[in-house]
Design a protein around this ligand. Structure first.
Ligand SMILES: [Zn+2]
Length: 295
């Protein structure tokens, strides 16, 4: 379905309306001089996950979803539901958008908690602090199993998904000392599952480009690109030698706590959206500081 045309995506404000709980994106405007390859926009997962924590910035999730799609376009429920043999609804259902935002946000938080040496934080995160789309997740150690039930979004659907990992029997009676590594492998298995299940339409393609052969990734729906970028972040965060000569690392925004890829020590807030130079969270934080009465 996707071809060379879809390698590039227009980034110009589009008209998005919320009608009957469906986000409908108006016709694309001419995008001369304002195009980007979403695969090169490494902080697209951050821009999308911010919808989930919109209230931390005094914004409703509905408004945040509209402003995301106005900038980046539709997430592609249409394509995913057609591929699954379902019926399109003329746009992205708001509940579905929010479910994916919650699941991406959960994956980013999980990647951040995977930082080596923080296996206790990771265990706490999975057991107590994880709040995804809706309901209460469970994650516990019982019967030599590490298990958890999570409400996550997969493709065109969302709901509870069950994950479990068998603890090797020989370690069963001495689970405590090895808990750290087990919880890490459990967390990575969840991430691998989520990313794989959500990137079905992402493929490697090749083309001739000025006498050279170039490779690019093609995709069916923008939400798949977001998930593929989440996968790239997880791969780089779990590299064994990540401390050596690594330029980017994952950090939480000082205002809304959404994780993002930071390239230098000064970055404190969510990076600017595509086509802008200013961090939206940075601006909100600055305005709050100005408004605060001086004592
Ligand atoms: Zn932020």
């Amino acid at each position: 379905m996707a071809g060379i045309d879809q390698v590039m995506l227009a980034v110009q404000p589009k008209e998005v309306v919320l009608k009957g709980n469906i986000l409908r994106v108006g016709p694309l405007q001419s995008a001369i001089g304002a195009r980007f390859d979403p695969f090169k926009s490494e902080n697209l997962p951050n821009a999308f996950a911010r919808i989930d924590k919109a209230r931390a910035r005094g914004e409703t999730p509905e408004k945040a979803a509209i402003s995301f799609e106005s900038r980046y376009g539709a997430l592609g429920y249409h394509t995913l539901v057609m591929r699954a043999g379902g019926k399109p609804v003329g746009g992205d259902p708001l509940d579905w958008v929010l479910a994916h935002a919650g699941a991406v946000r959960f994956a980013l938080d999980l990647i951040m908690a995977l930082d080596p040496g923080n296996n206790e934080i990771l265990a706490d995160f999975l057991k107590d602090r994880a709040r995804y789309v809706k309901g209460t997740p469970t994650c516990d150690w019982e019967d030599d199993n590490l298990y958890g039930s999570f409400d996550v979004a997969i493709g065109a659907s969302y709901g509870p998904h069950w994950f479990s990992r068998q603890i090797p029997p020989i370690l069963g009676d001495r689970v405590e000392p090895v808990k750290g590594e087990l919880v890490r492998s459990f967390a990575i298995a969840i991430l691998a599952y989520l990313v794989t299940a959500n990137t079905e339409g992402v493929r490697y393609c090749f083309r001739e480009d000025g006498g050279r052969m170039t490779a690019y990734r093609s995709w069916d729906a923008l939400i798949e690109v977001i998930w593929a970028l989440v996968g790239d972040m997880a791969v780089s965060a779990t590299e064994q030698d990540k401390r050596k000569g690594k330029l980017a690392h994952i950090r939480g925004c000082a205002l809304c706590h959404t994780p993002f890829l930071a390239h230098h020590g000064r970055e404190r807030y969510c990076p600017p959206p595509e086509g802008s130079k200013e961090s939206l969270c940075g601006r909100t934080a600055r305005m709050r500081k100005l408004r605060k009465p001086r004592s």
